[in-house]
Design a protein around this ligand. Structure first.
Ligand SMILES: Nc1ncnc2c1ncn2[C@@H]1O[C@H](COP(=O)(O)OP(=O)(O)O)[C@@H](O)[C@H]1O
Ligand SMILES: [Mg+2]
Length: 385
């Protein structure tokens, strides 16, 4: 059918035509944002799930909800090896500048901008002359320890936002790449804001190991955040995700065809978008048939193999690839470390560094029971192909 009218949106962070099965999370976000602008304590969230389940898309949607509710919105993505101070500095500056234009918040925000000046110099953030004329405020956010300085700055932003009748939502994607000390500082800052009833909300998104990292970072993190699991869609949601966009375009999909996609994708959003998109392009129409769906399966896999799966493995070294290969040859996960070591004819301790590196790259994670598994759904099958 007409590729120009293809509604599907394969690709990282692409907004799907139908954001199916996420109503509970969106409702939480609405309530939190509404409470924040009304000066009430609001729950922060960590959206946790495997790759390609729709965390980034959901985070963006939460951003829209927040904007509609009247909050100032900042969104950052944590790269590997970047400090949180550097990542947040420009966002905090933007928010303070914006609040400094509101009469009621001006004084607090201006003091915050001064604090930020000292913060930038102690954390060696290159501000390239943008802040000429602003003198630092000694004693505000300039200890050099993020655990003290970040809550200081959040406090200023929170008070200024409250005075302005606004709030601030900070969206952080790929939270698993934050250093543990940075994550701890972030949690401390959010905790302080919630204790002081200031309108700042953090919504993070990341791989499942974040729950444990956050727990280790600060024991109260467990109560501080809601942890909605962003997993594969259930059959009803997956059905909606495929069918509704097709019907909205004035086309149709047969019942068995629809079922084939729902079952074989196991409800994984990245797979659904790719397959539905390929099937649409290949079909004569106006109804997508089971034959269209079956015929487009191999092309879908080829696209995923060359894109979604490939980019993950490209980041591994040779010895890391061997480790991952050994895992996949054991069948589907989770995998015991002892089995992997045995398959590789190595000792567990000699594999420790490799294991740690692959975890740091976000390719595998250690599950609740001390086993390892892939962060990419259906990855073992890809390796075997
Ligand atoms: N609720 C949903 N329903 C249908 N498709 C979705 C949904 N959420 C995400 N997608 C699709 O899944 C793919 C991966 O989404 P993304 O947000 O990049 O995942 P993640 O950030 O978890 O890796 C995108 O093509 C997106 O359009
Ligand atoms: Mg993402």
């Amino acid at each position: 059918m007409d590729p120009y009218r293809n509604p599907f949106a394969p690709g990282a962070g692409s907004r799907p035509p139908e954001l199916a099965g996420r109503d509970v999370v969106l409702e939480h976000a609405k309530v939190s944002c509404g409470r924040a602008v009304n000066g009430r304590s609001a729950r922060s969230m960590m959206l946790l799930g495997l790759r390609g389940t729709g965390k980034t898309v959901l985070l963006n949607e939460v951003g829209k909800i927040a904007e509609d509710a009247g909050l100032l919105v900042s969104k950052v993505e944590s790269p590997e090896d970047e400090s949180l101070a550097r990542l947040l500095y420009p966002e905090m500056r933007k928010v303070m500048r914006s609040l400094s234009t509101v009469e009621a918040a001006k004084q607090i925000a201006n003091r915050g901008l001064k604090g930020l000046r000292g913060f930038a110099s102690i954390f060696k953030i290159d501000i390239a002359g943008v802040e000429v004329g602003v003198e630092p405020e000694p004693g505000l956010a300039d200890s050099g320890d993020l655990q003290y300085d970040l809550p200081d700055l959040f406090n200023v932003i929170g008070r200024a936002a409250k005075a302005a009748g606004k709030g601030w939502i900070l969206l952080i994607d790929e939270v698993q790449y934050l250093a543990e000390s940075d994550l701890r500082a972030l949690i401390v800052a959010v905790h302080r804001m919630s204790q002081e009833g200031l309108p700042i909300i953090l919504v993070g998104a990341g791989l499942p190991q974040v729950a444990r990292l956050a727990g280790e970072a600060k024991s109260y993190a467990e109560r501080l955040f809601l942890y909605p699991e962003v997993s594969a869609l259930d059959p009803a949601a997956a059905t909606l995700a495929v069918q509704k966009p097709i019907v909205d375009e004035g086309a149709a999909i047969g019942k068995t065809a629809l079922n084939e996609i729902v079952v074989r994708t196991k409800g994984y959003p990245f797979f659904i978008q790719e397959w539905a998109s390929t099937a649409w392009n290949l079909a004569e129409g106006p109804e997508i048939t089971l034959d269209d769906v079956v015929r487009s399966y191999s092309e879908t896999l080829a696209l995923l193999d060359a894109g979604f799966f490939r980019v993950r493995i490209d980041r591994l070294t040779r010895s890391e690839v061997l480790f991952v290969k050994a895992m996949s040859e054991l069948g589907d996960g989770p995998y015991a470390m002892s089995d992997i070591a045995k398959a590789m004819e190595r000792t567990q301790s000699s594999l420790g560094p490799t294991r740690a590196n692959i975890i740091a790259k976000g390719m595998i994670y250690s599950t609740d029971h001390g086993y390892l598994d892939f962060t990419v759904p259906l990855f073992a099958e890809f390796m075997r192909r």
